[in-house]
Ligand binder design. Structure first.
Ligand code: SAH
Ligand code: SF4
Length: 424
């Protein structure tokens, strides 16, 4: 999850952790509700459906208003519509694709993690982070959303990567995470101010649906959030970055770099075996030059692995002169690795070395560590814990791979399956 708390203000310990009652996820997905989610429809598509089904086109606006601004979660509750239309809509669409949602709070209520169950039983996560007003900065409410259930990239420090790939989310499943959070905020007289695609999944491997959902978020008739308040994070899908560049400035691009040197990045971000770090940075540099928007680079800092002076110097050489901003985030511990987050003094030393090369660096804390708010942690826990022997083998494999990488040896492991260019 993208942390935005500056290092000077560590998050407080959680005050309330409500019980989490969702049933454990089934090991395999069940049958899916085939009715599309209504939020995934563009106004023109819904108007066409109305006309084709003998209803006046203006009803489309009423339905989308209820979907984007109303509190209703079923069509039966939209009383401004005639009963026959409510029934017809219910037969054709779902008003909400989140079958169940449970909320966990931490950081004294400043972080709310939502665990959503989809119609086929898969679990995904979104995290709502509240940032109170400070000085000249107005209060912000940032939502971190998922683009896939699971992820094929398989970064070893990431709980979603360890889950493996389940499936791409539908457009409405992406958007309904936003509607869910907005409904909770509006009940308190507040609104979402920022959205980041930094939850479960690799957005650029589900790019068509991610772009369609961003169009809905930008659209004043639907969510109406400006492009500069949306960030998409990628582990480095180069064709996807190029496609975004061709579209022009749509949102902020964040690149999960984690290491500037190929042998280590091959292990930390297995997609590096397909698109090595120089290619990723070249595509990001082109994106910044074409769109005029600064690219953000994320580095999850792992104690003794990617936080040495040599790593900082390699990063400085890689990014020198670029329109870039680096975020350093100590790793949130996950069960299947032996690794821990880099201690703050070491992160600060790393930051100073990179800043000395003229590159902007911010140190950030992960929000919600106590409730496993790092990418996919909670869904992974609900998918069932692996046996101790499986965890031990994974740990041994990760240690052996990273030790070879630290000796400068390139990985002989294959590119992860399921990370073809897909819709990128
Ligand atoms: N797949 C995309 C977006 C989702 S992951 C990507 O990798 O960019 C979003 C962010 O969560 C990534 O920057 C990732 O490095 C970070 N993350 C995953 N696991 C983490 C952990 N255990 N501790 C800290 N950050 C983590
Ligand atoms: Fe996938 Fe991102 Fe997690 Fe890597 S960090 S496994 S790309 S979700």
């Amino acid at each position: 999850m993208t942390p935005e708390t500056p290092a000077e203000t560590p998050p407080e310990k959680p005050a309330i952790i409500p019980l989490f009652g969702l049933r454990p996820a089934p090991s395999a997905a069940g049958p899916r509700d085939q009715r599309p989610g209504i939020s995934g429809l563009a106004p023109g598509e819904l108007e066409a459906w109305m006309t084709a089904n003998g209803h006046p086109a203006f009803r489309a606006r009423q339905v989308l208003d209820a979907a984007w601004r109303g509190k209703q979660t079923t069509f039966a509750e939209i009383h401004t519509l005639p009963p026959a239309l409510r029934d017809a809509l219910d037969a054709a669409f779902r008003l909400d694709t989140m079958a169940e949602t449970e909320i966990l709070e931490t950081d004294g209520g400043l972080t709310e993690k939502a665990l959503h169950r989809l119609s086929d039983g898969l679990l995904i996560e979104s995290v709502l982070m509240h940032y109170p007003a400070r000085g000249a900065n107005r209060e912000r409410h940032t939502l971190c959303i998922s683009s896939q259930a699971g992820c094929a990239v398989g970064c070893p420090f990431c709980a979603t990567g360890e889950l493996g790939m389940e499936r791409d989310l539908e457009i409405a499943e992406i958007l309904d995470q936003v509607r869910n959070a907005q409904r909770r905020l509006v009940a308190d007289g507040k609104h979402l101010t920022n959205i980041v695609f930094m939850g479960m999944g690799e957005p650029l491997l589900n790019l068509d649906r991610v772009l369609a959902s961003i169009e809905a978020l930008n659209d004043k008739a639907r969510f109406g959030l400006g492009a500069r308040h949306i960030t998409v994070s990628t582990s480095g899908v180069v064709p996807g970055i190029r496609r975004l560049t061709a579209l022009g400035p749509q949102f902020t691009l964040a690149v999960s770099l984690h290491a500037a040197r190929n042998p280590l990045r091959d292990v930390l971000v297995p997609l590096n075996r397909r698109w090595p770090v120089e290619e990723v940075v070249a595509a990001a540099r082109e994106h910044a030059a074409t769109t005029g928007r600064r690219v953000t680079y994320e580095l999850t800092m792992i104690d003794g692995i990617n936080d040495t002076d040599a790593d900082a110097d390699a990063l400085a050489v890689l990014l020198r002169g670029d329109l870039a901003h680096v975020n350093l985030i100590p790793m949130n511990q996950v069960a299947h690795t032996p690794w821990t987050g880099t201690p703050i003094p070491v992160v600060e030393r790393f930051a100073e070395r990179v800043r000395a090369a003229g590159i902007a660096v911010t140190i950030r804390f992960n929000r919600g560590t106590e409730i496993g708010a790092a990418c996919g942690q909670l869904a992974a826990e609900h998918a069932g814990q692996p046996t101790p022997i499986v965890v031990q083998r994974r740990r041994e494999r990760i240690v052996a791979q990273s030790a070879a990488a630290l000796r400068g040896e390139r990985s002989l492991e294959p590119v992860p399956a399921g990370t073809g260019e897909g819709s990128a």
